[in-house]
Design a binder for this molecule. Structure first.
Ligand code: AMP
Length: 369
């Protein structure tokens, strides 16, 4: 049996996919929204019951759960038992928006499917081995250790999957490749990957640090937060929901931002420029981190679909061997592809991410199937 039910439980939604981890065939997928909201189902258990009712689960070997924060404790796909549930719950302090709904989904699924192994796959895992110089914040060591303050990184399942697919696409030994992976979706993060191991990433203790995102700020002077907090601004709400593209121009959907730029909207243009400026800053940082880079890869909704973002992110870097070919960049496809010219020193690629498949494969491996 190689089928895995992959679940991604959010605060008011459950995304599911039934996938064959070997053939990569998607047998069913969907999204239940508005859980606990007017007009929606009352809770995750009811949502799952509805999902499971419609699925043929006779061939399911495992359920794979996406869990956002694994903290220092979890850096491998982990078979879920009561102790694991408790530990995920304890990590909620570090990821209050993500871990509680992940756990609610796990508990509901375990009640509904008690005879199937459930495996947690953590978004932080791929970054567990980052060098200390990259993962340490320069604050008082005792306070950092008391409160668990360090860079963890997120989207790890995607960065790991995509960097692996890059090695396959290039037909190269992953341990001989230096890569930059740009996961640009509603949430966005970049990583530097040396010899298959992550050596830096933009997200931090939480998924707020780094790149400009749909509604999240990414990097900001911590002094600005102190100032705002002293003046009574709800900084949590500001940084998580009223920032990023949405904060700058009112739209968080990249397609809308681009449409407005085409119509001459200046707020949308500034939002785009800030987005690109931040992205380029990290590409520069990771070029220096890695010393030599073999591949730069765009993935996720914006990275896979927006040719202007890809062109602007890498404009003027010919001196580093980094070139985007306009004709290749304009191609729309669901397949991994080059956007750098034939024979360019640095391979610039678009590689679609597939977190569900990655979770399914990890879940199967974790149960020893
Ligand atoms: P994700 O979180 O990976 O699903 O990515 C969502 C983001 O991708 C949203 O901001 C979408 O607007 C963006 N996106 C999807 N398709 C396109 C497109 N054709 N051009 C630009 N952005 C897109």
């Amino acid at each position: 049996m190689t089928q895995v039910l992959v679940l991604n439980s959010g605060s008011s939604s459950v995304k599911y996919q039934l996938v064959d981890a070997e053939s990569a065939d998607v047998l069913a997928n969907g999204l239940v929204e508005r859980i606990g909201e007017p007009g929606g189902l009352p809770n995750h258990k009811a949502a799952l019951a509805q999902v499971l009712n419609d699925l043929d689960l006779s061939g399911v070997a495992a359920v794979g759960h996406r869990v956002v924060h694994g903290g220092e404790v979890f850096y491998k796909p982990t078979l879920i038992d009561e102790a694991v549930e408790t530990a995920i719950d304890e990590l909620s302090a570090l990821a209050p928006l993500h871990n509680p709904p992940n756990l609610t989904g796990i508990r509901a699924a375990m009640e509904e499917l008690p005879n199937v192994p459930h495996v947690a796959v953590f978004d932080t895992a791929f970054f567990h081995g980052m060098p200390k110089a990259a993962s340490t914040y320069a604050i008082d060591r005792d306070i950092a250790s008391q409160w668990g303050i360090r860079k963890f990184g997120f989207h790890g399942t995607s960065h790991e999957y995509v960097s692996g697919e890059v090695a396959k696409f290039l037909d190269r030994d992953p341990t001989r490749l230096n890569q930059i992976v740009l996961h640009l979706g509603n949430g966005a993060s970049a990583s530097a990957v040396r010899a298959g191991q992550a050596c830096d990433t933009t997200m931090g203790l939480t998924p707020l640090e780094g790149l400009v995102m749909g509604t999240r700020s990414g990097d900001i002077d911590p002094g600005a937060l102190l100032h705002l907090q002293r003046n009574g601004v709800d900084v949590d709400q500001l940084l998580n929901r009223q920032s990023g593209l949405k904060g700058l121009c009112g739209d968080n959907d990249f397609r809308q931002v681009v449409e407005r730029i085409d119509a001459g909207d200046q707020d949308a243009k500034l939002a785009y420029d800030v987005y690109i400026h931040r992205l380029r800053r990290y590409i520069g940082a990771y070029l220096v981190d890695l010393g030599r880079v073999d591949a730069i890869t765009f993935t996720a909704g914006v990275g896979e679909n927006s040719s202007p973002v890809r062109a602007d992110a890498l404009k003027g870097l010919e001196g580093f061997g980094i070139v985007v070919d306009p004709t290749r960049n304009a191609v729309r496809s669901r397949d991994p592809r080059y956007i750098s010219p034939e024979g360019a020193p640095v391979a610039v690629l678009v590689v679609p991410t597939n977190e569900e498949l990655a979770i399914a494969r990890k879940a199967l491996k974790a149960i020893g199937a």
